[in-house]
Write a protein that binds this ligand. Structure first.
Ligand code: FMN
Length: 173
């Protein structure tokens, strides 16, 4: 990544699984972790960076609630970025990688991840092709390596993406 170098990991977590996952990703890509519910100043700083075009890679992480539902605060964040303030955000949205934790005991395992991808793509955000769905804690079931691989792959994808964007802007497309 060249011009837009910042990496943010925005997440919401109730019992800590998604939070743990976010911190592993941050460690792998040297990104800044922000709890979108408990760290409003951090969220505001991250969003200001997105609007300023400074962010080269964004991770969005959430647990799944109810019967496959997105947590309210996470839904609000998506609505604000993708709909209510879309003029401010959409031109600057970087490659976005989506991850989540869930529990396979529920029929709609990590459905919030898929719903997030759906909303992002619907509004034209470039979403990293891989999603990450973790069963409860990333430290269980040997899943940490998967988290780290996902983070590294997204970082690599962001560099390629930047390159492509640069070429497109030079050719005026
Ligand atoms: C009331 C309730 C409903 C849940 N519904 C789902 C679900 O539909 N699909 C799923 O994959 N996980 C579901 N879960 C499991 C959580 O998403 C999972 O435990 C997750 O790791 C919690 O993340 P957190 O520790 O970051 O809060 C549910 C948990 C609770 C308590």
């Amino acid at each position: 990544m060249e011009a837009a170098e910042k990496i943010f990991i925005l997440y919401t977590s109730l019992s800590g699984n998604t939070e743990e996952t976010a911190h592993i990703i941050a460690d792998e890509v040297e990104g800044k972790v922000v709890d979108i519910v408990r760290d409003l100043p951090g969220l505001n700083r991250a969003l200001a960076s997105v609007r300023a075009g400074e962010v080269g890679l964004l991770f969005l992480g959430t647990y799944t609630w109810g019967d496959g539902v997105l947590p309210l605060q996470f839904r609000k964040l998506l609505r604000s970025v993708l709909i209510e303030e879309k003029e401010a955000y959409l031109p600057y949205m970087p490659l976005t990688a989506v991850f989540g934790t869930g529990d396979t005991i529920f029929p709609r395992f990590c459905r919030a991840v898929d719903e997030t991808v759906y909303h992002l793509q619907k509004h034209g955000v470039t979403v990293f092709q891989e999603t990450l769905k973790i069963e409860q804690s990333p430290y269980g079931l040997g899943q940490e390596a998967r988290v780290r691989a996902f983070a590294r792959n997204a970082l690599q994808g962001a560099s390629i993406d930047e390159g492509k964007r640069a070429i497109l802007s030079v050719t005026g497309i």
